[in-house]
Design a protein around this ligand. Sequence first.
Ligand code: ZN
Ligand code: ZN
Length: 346
Amino acid sequence: MLECKVHGAMDLRVVDAPVPQAVEGEVLVRLGAAGICGSDMHYYLHGRVGSFVIREPLTPGHEASGVVAAVGPGVSRVRPGDRVAINPSRPCRRCAACREGRENLCRDMRFLGSASVFPHMQGMFREYFTAPEAQCVVVADETIGLDEIAMAEPLSVALHSATRAGPLLGRAVLVTGSGTIGCMQVIACRMAGAARIVVTDVVDRPLSVARRVGADETIRIDRLPEGAPLSPTTGEFDVAFEVSGSPQALVTCLQSVRRGGIVVQVGTLPAEGVQLPANQIMAREIDLRGSFRFGNVFELAVGAIADRRVDVRPLISGAWPLQQAARAIETARDKTRSMKVQLVVD
Ligand SMILES: [Zn+2]
Ligand SMILES: [Zn+2]
């Protein structure tokens, strides 16, 4: 079978490897679709994501669907032929964070396709992989594509940050950044009952997708005068989600929420830190909250996609064969052309 391995910056190899065996409690999955995420791009381009550095060849990929090829002993719920979404999170379920219900903050998290631990957790950019049965969520409806099912992971990220914001029913929401996660944030806020959603970006194409999935208004923030506040045109927001990872966008969020408003940081900001009008947090009693990966919302995300309560199809912009993973990643980087690019096997 084919397997994608990143050995270091700009060194990605698609190699032949033996098909793994499903052991006790495990499921063998044949890849359906695997989305290319920002972190996968960083592993390929820089050999690292923030402080997670590649120390042995790493198979990236944590946003995948597939078809069950075989099951190991002790597997009872999942059967061969089932179409599944794979939850890439494996928290320890014993530490204080896990016991508090905040599994995404687990100190001993095993997250697929990540160099956060050593040996690395190998991901799903490969033809076959094994996963514990508990991490496989079955989608029975044959009309839902494997490409859609693979979007459950990025939807989970947005559902988690919506949860971090608290009740959104009737709220006015700002989302800065309209890539896959920004558009998922629009979808998640709609699910949660937001009354008005405004999205900003510096590129037209993703903003048009944001409108298709439910944004009321989109703004090219780069076309406003430098540092100009949004509020004269949009009014103030109850909640802002900073999804782009841009320091300037975080400033916009802090300036655009009402007194007592909430800002949720979802995007990855520069590692060296950022300059902020931090007194706004004090003087206007703004709640600045972080949101990291996702907690217990993966099945909710799969369910919403599986019965099309949400339609993630406008976010999917192409499928590439696994053999061309490097070219697919290059394509995924170009925000003027691509949203979610996925890898598939023939
Ligand atoms: Zn991702
Ligand atoms: Zn834990």
